[in-house]
Design a protein around this ligand. Structure first.
Ligand code: HEC
Length: 155
């Protein structure tokens, strides 16, 4: 019985010694137990005024001074794209290869389209291109051929 009584006393004295050793932080400062009511602040999302500028898709055809643009349209409209890609050979040589071979020689390319000049890029495959000349490019106006040529040579 005496021992049991002594135990808490020794424990208390121990803790007293510990706190006396300058461990002042042991003095627990009781934090205020006020339950903070968490006010969920509604974040007002300021909807950014996204000014959607209406894309002007309508090309002003009348003012198209850019020959190459006209040429690109012709190239697509006349389905040249079925056999010619910009940078890789498909059925026909790439536009870049054609452009390289013609080296900015507009007149030479136009005479090819008129059926006057010979194929220089891939003559062995001429048979595939020949009908395009007969049915399409030979029937184009000089202006159209200028545009088509400008487009290809711009690549
Ligand atoms: C059926 C597939 C096909 C279509 C469609 C086609 N081509 Fe070709 N084209 C070829 C082939 C194949 C060659 C390679 C033979 C040659 O060099 O002439 C070629 C070559 C060319 C060349 C290089 C000529 C040269 O000196 O060798 C040009 C320029 C050309 N095509 C323009 C056109 C244009 C413009 C159109 C649309 C009006 C067109 N092609 C439509 C298959 C096609």
């Amino acid at each position: 019985m005496k021992r049991l009584f002594l135990l808490p006393i020794t424990l208390i004295s121990f803790s007293f010694i510990f706190s006396a050793c300058g461990n002042s932080s042991n003095n627990e400062t009781t934090t205020e137990g006020t339950s903070e009511t968490v006010n969920e602040t509604e974040q007002t999302v300021n909807e950014e005024e996204t000014t959607t500028t209406e894309e002007k898709t309508t090309e002003n055809e009348e003012n198209t001074t850019d020959l190459a643009d006209k040429g690109e349209k012709l190239f697509t409209d006349k389905a040249c794209t079925a056999c010619h890609q910009l940078d890789k050979k498909t059925v026909g040589p790439s536009l870049q290869d054609i452009s390289k071979a013609y080296n900015n020689d507009n007149n030479k390319l136009i005479s090819f389209f008129k059926g006057e000049g010979k194929a220089i890029v891939s003559p062995e495959e001429e048979a595939l291109m020949a009908p395009q000349i007969e049915t399409i490019t030979k029937k184009m106006t000089d202006e159209e051929l200028e545009a088509l040529s400008a487009y290809i040579l711009s690549k």
